[in-house]
Write a protein that binds this ligand. Structure first.
Ligand code: AMP
Length: 400
């Protein structure tokens, strides 16, 4: 069984073809600058990378190029398109219109049209991606898999905002969260690694990357998550502010003459680590700047770790205790200093890191970094959002 996973952006398309018997990637790559001059096509298979500047005026052309390469007699990994059993499409926002992965049908695509404006940069791109794939593979089952899907098990008191209830009813204003496929994957991998039934575990999953979110997972189900109506909420991120008093944002907007949409761009693109440090949104650059004595870079990193720590403490309370803390994504998997600072002095909760294991954590595999006598296991787990999308595609399209 082979599943193609598609992640469409407004001018990009990432793809992976996964052999589900072995859950291994046969080929993957990226189409960049679709519809813009100097489009770039990247294809990785058989341990080789092919990169070409090819004109890609739209997503249909990009999908055709991907399929041509996958079936190419020299560099391809399948002999024909018929070998692709299903296509899983990543979708950023679902609103309350979709609460689980959903088969692509005309009705589902009609609903997708209605929720475009929930993620104006991402959801229209997903529609374009689905249509581009349908044009090439009209008879292949396709499934929409939402970043928000894993979070629909949150109780109402966790997902509601304390606003006029009619605005929830009219506009579905509430917490949706994001990175759901990642939180689900690492929670399940944690249970597998520990040889425990996920039903019996209370897990805090920290997806720390360019965008960061933290979830509380009880018995395999999400009960709270740090991102909100959009990915702007929660811990401060590369360029996003994270949680902020709305009145402070309004004050800045008034003083700087920004309208609401400019304010949102500011909070999403100019704040976070970049805004505080004035150096970079990338944690590697921030660490280097701290080494060189930059105090604002130090402040940004301290704010980040402090915020992660507060969420871990809050979610330990929400879960009535915690058995496992998992770190994943670019920062979570690679930055031992952030991991250490985020869990500093949490012995009272039963969380104790082994500094040596943390500092020498192997990359690309599940690693345990808690001290032998730590009541709470702390794990570093490489995330695999594409694999979750492929698994959900099989389940929803009833391919197995
Ligand atoms: P992601 O969004 O999961 O791809 O994570 C990307 C972010 O991870 C980058 O912006 C960096 O801040 C961070 N990152 C990646 N590699 C490292 C590393 N070796 N050390 C520290 N941070 C890293």
């Amino acid at each position: 069984m082979k599943i193609l996973v598609i992640n469409s952006g407004s001018s990009s398309l990432k793809y992976q073809l996964i052999d589900m018997e072995t859950e291994s990637v046969l080929a993957k790559g990226l189409c960049e600058r679709i519809g813009i001059a100097d489009s770039n096509f990247v294809y990785k298979a058989h341990g080789q990378t092919i990169e070409r500047q090819i004109d890609m005026p739209d997503h249909k052309v990009a999908v055709k190029l991907v399929l041509d390469k996958l079936t190419d007699k020299d560099v391809g990994v399948i002999s024909s398109m018929e070998e692709i059993d299903g296509v899983g499409h990543r979708v950023v926002a679902s609103g309350e219109a979709f609460k689980k992965p959903t088969l692509v049908t005309p009705e589902a695509m009609e609903l997708m049209e209605q929720i475009k404006d929930l993620a104006p940069l991402h959801n229209p791109a997903a529609i374009v991606g689905v249509n581009a794939c349908l044009a090439q593979m009209p008879n292949t089952p396709m499934v929409l898999v939402f970043d928000t899907g894993f979070h629909f098990t949150m109780p109402d008191y966790a997902y509601m905002y304390a606003v006029d209830y009619s605005h929830y009813e009219k506009y579905k204003i509430r917490r949706y969260g994001a990175h759901g496929t990642s939180h689900k994957y690492v929670a399940e991998e944690a249970a597998k690694y520990l040889g425990k039934n996920i039903e019996d575990l209370k897990i805090i999953t920290c997806h720390l990357g360019n965008g960061s979110s933290i979830s509380a997972v009880k018995g395999g189900k999400c009960i709270d998550t740090s991102m909100g109506f959009t990915p702007l909420a929660g811990v401060p991120m590369g360029t996003r502010s994270g949680d902020i008093d709305f009145a402070a944002a309004e004050y800045i907007a008034r003083k700087e003459g920004m309208d609401v949409s400019q304010m949102l761009t500011y909070l999403n693109k100019k704040c976070g680590m970049l805004g505080v440090s004035g150096v970079s949104s990338d944690f590697r650059d921030l660490s280097a700047a701290v080494e060189a004595g930059n105090d604002r870079a130090r402040l940004a990193l301290d704010m980040f770790a402090y915020s992660v720590k507060k969420y871990v403490g809050a979610y330990a309370a929400a879960l009535d205790g915690v058995d496992v803390v998992v770190f994943t994504a670019g920062i979570g998997e690679n930055d031992d200093k952030v991991r250490a600072a985020s869990l500093e002095n949490m012995d009272y909760l039963g969380i104790r890191l082994d500094p040596d294991k943390n500092a020498h954590c192997p990359r690309g595999t599940v690693a345990e970094i808690s001290a032998r006598d730590s009541k709470v296991k702390v794990l570093v787990i490489p995330t695999n959002e594409e694999l979750v999308i492929a698994r959900e595609t099989i389940r929803e399209a009833k391919l197995a």
